[in-house]
Design a protein around this ligand. Structure first.
Ligand code: BGC
Length: 459
């Protein structure tokens, strides 16, 4: 798909839609914070509750399990009840989870609380991009949807800082509980946010859709956009029939494939393992290694900002192709630096540099672009459900990588583990090159019409 710049002009004003996107992206902040916080909290939880190894693993994995569960049913809810309504419920769930885990009297309670948080993350992780995608003008959709990824990365850094700041007091309950604050802001903010006009159209609430669109476009001249959405809806059957139709095959493969590659190229392993890598590479004290990890997080935030600036200009495909290429190279180099049992000065430096380079390359490619593309490439009537499928795959892959990482290290060793992630990166590059469409500048309806045409001509 190329990008027909025609018909997609820069919006005259985008203040309201930008504000609405920032509010929704608070869901991303919670995603990042709640997934990142465990790395610093678990040590103290373990000591306070005297957890066995297995119990510790359960507490750590609970959030990923919850996310798989939440992502699996969230899509249907978002299609049925609306994007905004579901986001509000998710915000409330985040508050319950934060308070519940902060007060947990037993390990079982804590694990269940973390599953609840996970369910909220699983639903929020795709509902926020979905909502933002549907309210955004085509010309800045990439940037606005990726605000969610920016907030994920900020959430991760804030969680590192909270863990660091609260470590002396061993205050793990506060580490979990602090998430209630952004969750409350999210819920309050969403009160002022309108429902997605596209979802309203799919429910035949056309006049409501018109007034929302006039508000977010800040003009009364929304007839063409409404007519396009209406015409697109005429092409769609909705339900499982449409989801399983031939024309949906390629978008489903693209969503599922990118979901797997985003995780199987090892981002969370590298983030989680960063302090150890830094210590191994020569940062002697644990706190220096943790600060270096905060530095890596900051690199991730900054490069996500760069991605936001580029994504609507150069497009999604170039970012993916260059970024994944960089990930492959840096994983290769990182692996090499682990080959020798002791790191000489120069090799230690190479390891310490290739790690932030890898994270930077992720931040301009698979990080934001996966969530963006799955919010763009599915037809309106089944958008929530189709995004659910890609999102479940993403969280399932995340869980699988977490569960296999230690045994991989044990059986393959450090170098080969990172090379394995690099090899998967090579497959990801080919996958993107051959299958992923460019969606820059196209309206959601134009993207859908193309799949439909491909489906028609294949008949
Ligand atoms: C991924 C997460 C990852 C985060 C890092 C997200 O897009 O889905 O698994 O931890 O980016 O920034």
């Amino acid at each position: 798909m190329s990008s027909p710049e025609s018909g997609v002009s820069k919006p005259a004003t985008s203040g309201f839609v930008t504000m609405v996107s920032w509010i929704s992206a608070l869901a991303g902040l919670l995603f990042g914070y709640d997934t990142g916080v465990i790395s610093g909290a678990i040590l103290f939880v373990q000591q306070d509750f005297q957890l066995t190894r297995v119990q510790e693993e359960v507490v750590v994995a609970a959030v990923l399990l919850g996310a798989v569960i939440g992502a699996s049913f969230g899509g249907k809810l978002a299609d049925r009840f609306g994007r905004r309504k579901i986001l509000i419920q998710v915000g409330i769930l985040f508050i319950i989870g934060a308070v519940g885990t902060a007060l947990a009297p037993t390990p079982a309670w804590l694990a269940i609380g973390r599953v609840v948080v996970g369910v909220a993350i699983g639903i929020a992780s795709f509902t926020a991009p979905l909502y933002i995608s549907e309210v955004s003008p085509a010309s800045i959709r990439g940037k606005l949807v990726s605000l969610n990824q920016l907030m994920i990365t900020i959430g991760i850094v804030v969680s590192y800082l909270a863990d660091y700041g609260l470590a002396d007091a061993r205050a793990w309950r506060w580490m979990f509980g602090l998430a209630a604050i952004p969750a409350l802001v999210l819920v309050i903010g969403l009160i002022f946010v309108p429902e997605s006009p596209r979802w309203l159209m799919s429910q035949s609430k056309n006049s409501e859709a018109r007034s929302v669109l006039q508000r977010i476009r800040e003009t009364t001249d929304v007839g063409t956009e409404l007519a396009d959405i209406e015409a697109d809806l005429q092409l769609q059957e909705g339900g499982w029939r449409e989801l399983l139709a031939r024309s949906m095959r390629r978008p489903l493969i693209v969503g599922i494939g990118l979901a797997i590659f985003q995780q199987f190229t090892g981002i969370n392993t590298v983030l989680y393992y960063a302090p150890t890598i830094f210590e191994f590479a020569g940062l002697r004290s644990a706190s220096a290694a943790i600060l270096a990890t905060v530095g890596v997080g900051v690199v991730m935030v900054l490069l996500t900002v760069v991605a936001l600036r580029l994504i609507d200009r150069v497009g999604r495909r170039p970012l993916l192709l260059y970024g994944i290429f960089g990930m492959i190279i840096s994983l290769g180099v990182l692996g090499f630096s682990f080959l020798s049992p002791t790191l000489s000065n120069i090799v230690a430096w190479v390891a310490m540099i290739s790690l932030p380079v890898y994270v930077a390359c992720f931040a301009i490619s698979l990080g934001p672009v996966f969530w963006l593309l799955i919010s763009e490439i599915y037809p309106l009537k089944i958008r929530g459900r189709a995004m659910s499928i890609a999102t479940v795959t993403n969280w399932g892959s995340n869980l699988l990588v977490a569960l296999t990482f230690l045994s991989l290290l044990h059986s393959l060793g450090r170098a080969w583990t990172f090379w394995l992630y690099g090899a998967i990166g090579i497959i990801a590059w080919i996958f993107v090159y051959r299958l992923v469409p460019e969606t820059k500048g196209c309206t959601l309806e134009e993207i859908d019409a193309r799949w439909h045409n491909i489906g028609q001509s294949a008949k």
